[in-house]
Design a protein around this ligand. Structure first.
Ligand code: PLP
Ligand code: SF4
Length: 338
C-alpha cells in the first residue's frame, strides 16, 4: 500500500475506491488501532472518513502525528463541544440565492454543482452543510442564467462545492459551455482539492477543456503541506501552468499540521516549483468539531510574521479570515497599523 502506484490508475477508479474504513486506514499505515480506532469510529459517524489511496500513500507509515494523516483521520476530539464553534460558522444558509448559487461577493459568486468531495478534511467548514438540498439540476440553468444577467457586476463564476473536479469531464464541459454563452462572464475559477489528493484527475481531456475555453481559467488548489506535493503531483500541476492556466493555492492554518514558519515556507517554495502561486492562508473557521486545529491569534501573528520575514513577497499567501456577512475576505495582518 505504501508502494501503491497511484500514478498508473485512472482517476475515476481511484475516486470509486476511496478508503472509508478507519481500521483499514490505520492498518495500511501500520498504526496501532488501540489508541486511535474507537475515537475514529465515533467521529466518523458525524463526518465520514474519506481518503483517496493516492493521498494515503503520501502519509508516513507508523507516524500517528503525520501532518497529512491529521487532516483526514477522524479523532475523538471532534466530539467535544467548544464555545463559539458552531455548525454553520459562515452563515451560508442565508447567502443561498437559489439552488447552486451562493452570492456573497460583488463581482463573483459560487456555483455549487456537486456536494461530493474526494477527501473529507476534518477541519472543513462545510462539514455540516446541507449540500444535497442546494444542488442545481439541469433545468435550473435557466434560472441561474437569469440570475447572472440580473447582476451586471458579475464577471466571474467560481465552481465550488463539494469539489467540482469530482464531476466528470463531460459535466464540467457542459457547465463551462453554458457559462461561455454569457458575454459578461470573463473568468472561471475552479476551487478544488482533487489535483492534490488524486493528481491523475488532471488528465489530457481536462487540460484540453480548460485551455480551449473562451474564459480565463483560474484553478485554486488546496494544499496545506509540502508532503502533499510529491514529484508526480507537482508534474501534474506544472502541466496546467504550462498551458497558461493560472494555478493558485489556498491553505488553512492548522495546529499540528502546518503551524510553523518552517512548514509554511517550505510549502510556498514547493508550490512555486510546481508553477503554483500561494494565494490565501485561511485561519480556521470555527466549525463544530475542529477546535483541536485552532491556534490563538497571538500565535498566528507570530508564525505569520516569521513567514513574512523569510519569504519574498510574491511567495507570501494572504492571511485572511472569512467573516459571515462581510463583503470580502478579511485580511488579518498589518491592517490595524494604518
Ligand atoms: C472565498 C469566497 C469567494 C471568493 O473570494 P476571493 O476573495 O475572490 O477569492 C467567493 N464566494 C465565497 C462564498 C467565498 O467564500
Ligand atoms: S475538499 Fe474542501 S470542501 Fe471538501 S472536505 Fe476538504 S476542505 Fe471541505
Amino acid at each position: 500500500m505504501i508502494n501503491y502506484l497511484y500514478q498508473e490508475q485512472n482517476w475515476q477508479s481511484q475516486l470509486s475506491d476511496l478508503i472509508t474504513d478507519p481500521l483499514e486506514l490505520l492498518e495500511t499505515l501500520k498504526l496501532s488501532p488501540d489508541q486511535l480506532l474507537s475515537g475514529a469510529i465515533l467521529a466518523s459517524e458525524q463526518f465520514k472518513l474519506r481518503v483517496p489511496r493516492a493521498f494515503a500513500a503520501k502519509i508516513q507509515a507508523g507516524n500517528p502525528q503525520d501532518p497529512l494523516l491529521l487532516q483526514v483521520l477522524p479523532h475523538h476530539l471532534e466530539l467535544e463541544d467548544h464555545a463559539g464553534f458552531v455548525t454553520d460558522p459562515l452563515d451560508e444558509e442565508h447567502a443561498n440565492q437559489q439552488p447552486g448559487v451562493l452570492h456573497k461577493y460583488q463581482s463573483r459568486f459560487l456555483l455549487t454543482l456537486t456536494g461530493a468531495c474526494a477527501v473529507h478534511c476534518r477541519y472543513c467548514f462545510r462539514r455540516h452543510f446541507p449540500y444535497q438540498e442546494n444542488l442545481p439540476k439541469s433545468e435550473d440553468w435557466l434560472n441561474i442564467q437569469r440570475y447572472i444577467q440580473s447582476q451586471p457586476d458579475i464577471n466571474e463564476v467560481i465552481l465550488s462545492g463539494g469539489d467540482p473536479l469530482t464531476l466528470s469531464n463531460r459535466k464540467l464541459k457542459l457547465w463551462i459551455e453554458r457559462l461561455e454563452t454569457l458575454p459578461q462572464i470573463k473568468f472561471l475559477r475552479i476551487h478544488s482539492r482533487v489535483p492534490i489528493v488524486i493528481p491523475n484527475r488532471v488528465d489530457e481531456e481536462l487540460i484540453s477543456i480548460l485551455k480551449n475555453s473562451r474564459l480565463r481559467i483560474i484553478l485554486v488548489v488546496h494544499s496545506n503541506h509540502a508532503s502533499e506535493l510529491d514529484d508526480f503531483t507537482c508534474s501534474k500541476l506544472s502541466q496546467l501552468a504550462k498551458e497558461q492556466i493560472t494555478v493558485l493555492n489556498q491553505a488553512v492554518l492548522l495546529k499540528g499540521v502546518n503551524d510553523t514558519a518552517d512548514v509554511l515556507v517550505n510549502l510556498s517554495y514547493r508550490l512555486f516549483d510546481a508553477g503554483v502561486m500561494p494565494y490565501y492562508l485561511h485561519v480556521l473557521d470555527k466549525v463544530k468539531g475542529a477546535h483541536h486545529f485552532d491556534r490563538t491569534p497571538e500565535d498566528i501573528s507570530q508564525i505569520y510574521a516569521e513567514v513574512l520575514a523569510r519569504l519574498p513577497g510574491y511567495l507570501v499567501p494572504k492571511l485572511v479570515r472569512e467573516i459571515a456577512g462581510e463583503k470580502n475576505k478579511t485580511p488579518l495582518f498589518g491592517v490595524s497599523t494604518f
